[in-house]
Write a protein that binds this ligand. Structure first.
Ligand SMILES: [Zn+2]
Length: 104
């Protein structure tokens, strides 16, 4: 497909392969600001597209995740104490009282 012959003259198409090989496989970088430490850094555009490149380093990402999971755990514990615990003890006491009243 790269060659055509017209009237006995061979034409060779400029090879796109060579062009591609010349292109250095350097990823496109975009400037970002770390979501944790606010440091400016460069992330690969492809990564940013995927939702990555939010943190300047793995350390920042790890810290951020730890904080997030810690908050989530605290949230669960808080809910247990206020919601589940309260509702459960109330319901339990009510049913116990009823049973005890009927019994006695
Ligand atoms: Zn950072």
């Amino acid at each position: 497909m790269d060659r055509i012959v017209v009237n006995g003259i061979e034409y060779v198409r400029a090879q796109p392969v060579a062009k591609a090989a010349k292109r250095v496989p350097q990823p496109k970088m975009v400037e970002r600001q770390c979501k944790w430490c606010r440091k400016q850094f460069f992330a690969r555009a492809a990564d940013v597209k995927r939702g990555w490149g939010l943190y300047c380093s793995k350390t920042c990402k790890a810290i951020r995740q730890e904080v997030r999971t810690g908050q989530y755990r605290a949230h669960l514990e808080h809910r247990d104490a206020d919601g589940y615990g309260g509702e459960f003890s109330n319901a339990h006491q009510f049913s116990n009282e009823e049973h005890d009243c009927n019994k006695d």
